[in-house]
Design a protein around this ligand. Structure first.
Ligand SMILES: NC(=O)C1=CN([C@@H]2O[C@H](COP(=O)(O)OP(=O)(O)OC[C@H]3O[C@@H](n4cnc5c(N)ncnc54)[C@H](OP(=O)(O)O)[C@@H]3O)[C@@H](O)[C@H]2O)C=CC1
Ligand SMILES: [Cu+2]
Length: 480
């Protein structure tokens, strides 16, 4: 319901709020980004909302969803049944002290974030609790961005950390966040708020390792191709291949990185299976490095997809290069001079078609894997479908990528000129790990090993482990 006439800018001339049937009324102090996004989510979840502004006449009501009341700060507090959000920056909290009496007995939710890490002073929520001792101050929702609030994805997978010293108020906010479609996590008393406020300051915490590994692999393969194809020929024969550096060398390194990174997605699963087979039990923790590696498979897979995608785009652009035109003209001229009319080589036609086709299919399957790693898509699959996609299709992508590389290499590895300066072609290096993974997977598919592994994963233990002290739970990512 829209406010017929915006409330007067005099905050202390309360005008009774029209009560309309519907869910409970939630108050929000502040009319900025967070307030707007939160009110969209609240209204969509069946709540009524009253927003309190210092000057409601300056706030365009059109920015808020239908039904939101725009009032003075005091009226918003009075209009709220129990819960009031403080959607203002913490440096302005002191300007709200005039509302102390009106906020007494209400739940006051602090959504602010820390400005920096490792603060020594008290948290924003603790300061707010000091300013409003008669209100139940709760820290919540600060880890959710305004964008995610608006998205309205009610998938329940998004966690909201909640803490407060007042258990009643905390219970009210826990219930509210569940109704908004979030997964609330009770992290204790208000003393936990410092950590909660710093949580959004961590930048992609799970991506550091995988990005570093991918970057180091890129440096290795790019450095290798630079030394083998550019530096050594220059020192040895004075050949100038430096024009390869911006594009050709990058496009040689990218597929190698994509292939090795994809192998790194499946290697820890094999290592875990080998460990479980060797130990004869699943009730023993994996070493920490393996646990961390298992938890980073999704990130490694997405980085592999990124490199494969870039490789596809680079490859499509190869013919646009000026150098490609010159090379073609030179070859045509040499052919004319030599009197050769037909340059068709059947074997090379097969080779290029096969390697392109495997590459396109491999990339397509990788794209499918990347899509199913999105929580909203993954959640729509049942356990069997998810395992099929992530494991079955994953190995299909790896196999197609290996075949793409083998067709690319063709018989080159058997020719002596493939080893200038005793350095093997780069694609051979890139194939080592993926081949180890594929052979390992085939070995594990042997019936004797599969049967034993299945038994172990269903809880069977070899005789030497059947002791109660070994009944540790495996790591939380141990579902290999
Ligand atoms: N934006 C986001 O994605 C997220 C924001 N947060 C937190 O939410 C809080 C609000 O953020 P956000 O909405 O982005 O900020 P905005 O700057 O967009 O909005 C802040 C609002 O505070 C109100 N306000 C009240 N008193 C004052 C004052 N003295 N000076 C200035 N403004 C005042 C203003 O509304 P009016 O003029 O109507 O009084 C203003 O619109 C912050 O603590 C932030 O850390 C937390 C998670 C995500
Ligand atoms: Cu390729």
């Amino acid at each position: 319901m829209k406010t017929p006439l915006l409330a007067s800018s005099a905050p202390d001339a309360p005008e009774p709020l029209p009560r309309c049937p519907g869910g409970p009324v939630i108050g929000i102090i502040g009319s900025g980004d967070f307030s707007r996004s939160l009110s969209i989510r609240l209204v969509a979840s069946g709540f009524r909302v009253v927003v309190g502004s210092r000057d409601p006449s300056r706030v365009p009501i059109g920015l808020f969803p239908d039904g939101v009341e725009l009032r003075s700060q005091g009226e918003a507090v009075d209009g709220a049944e129990r819960v009031v959000f403080a959607a203002v920056y913490p440096e302005h909290y002191h300007t709200l002290v005039g509302l102390r009496e009106r906020l007494a007995g209400k739940v006051l939710v602090d959504v602010s974030n820390a400005a920096r890490m490792n603060r020594v002073e008290r948290s924003n929520a603790e300061k707010l609790a000091e300013l409003f001792p008669q209100s139940g101050v709760v820290k919540a929702f600060n880890v959710v961005s305004a964008w995610a609030l608006q998205g309205g994805a009610h998938d329940g997978s998004r966690q909201v950390l909640i803490c407060s010293d007042c258990s009643d108020s905390k219970a009210a906010v826990l219930q509210l966040s569940r109704r908004l479609g979030f997964s609330p996590v009770d992290v204790g008393g208000l003393c936990a708020s410092r950590e909660v406020e710093e949580a959004p300051l961590h930048l992609f915490p799970t991506w550091g390792g995988p990005v570093l590994v991918t970057f180091l692999l890129f440096l290795f393969f790019y450095g290798y191709t630079f030394i083998r194809r550019v530096l050594l020929p220059f020192i040895d024969k004075g050949e100038n291949n430096f024009t390869q550096l911006p594009l050709v060398a990058v496009n040689r390194a990218l597929p190698a990185v994509a292939l090795v990174t994809l192998a790194l997605v499946y290697l820890p699963g094999l290592a875990a299976a080998v460990l479980q087979l060797g130990r004869g039990t699943k009730y023993q923790r994996f070493p920490v490095w393996l646990d961390v590696w298992l938890c980073r498979r999704k990130q490694l897979g997405l980085l592999s997809f990124l490199c494969a995608g870039l490789h596809a785009v680079y490859s499509l652009c190869l013919t646009l290069r000026r150098a490609a035109g010159y090379t073609l003209l030179n070859a045509a001229y040499r052919q004319v001079k030599a009197g050769v009319e037909n340059s068709w080589v059947e074997q090379q036609v097969w080779r290029s078609d096969l390697y392109l086709s495997c590459g396109i299919l491999g990339f397509g399957v990788l794209a499918l894997l990347a899509v199913t790693s999105l929580p909203s898509v993954g959640n729509a699959l049942n356990w069997r479908e998810f395992t099929f996609v992530q494991s079955g299709l994953g190995y299909a992508a790896l196999t197609l990528s290996v075949m793409h590389t083998l067709f690319f290499g063709w018989d080159f590895a058997f020719l002596p000129e493939a080893y200038p300066y005793f350095l093997p072609p780069m694609y051979l290096l890139a194939l080592v790990l993926p081949c180890v993974v594929l052979v390992g997977r085939l070995v594990l598919a042997l019936p004797c090993l599969t049967v034993r592994l299945t038994k172990i994963r269903r809880g069977w233990e070899s005789a030497r482990h059947r002791r109660p002290e070994n009944l540790d739970a495996p790591g939380h990512c141990g579902d290999v």
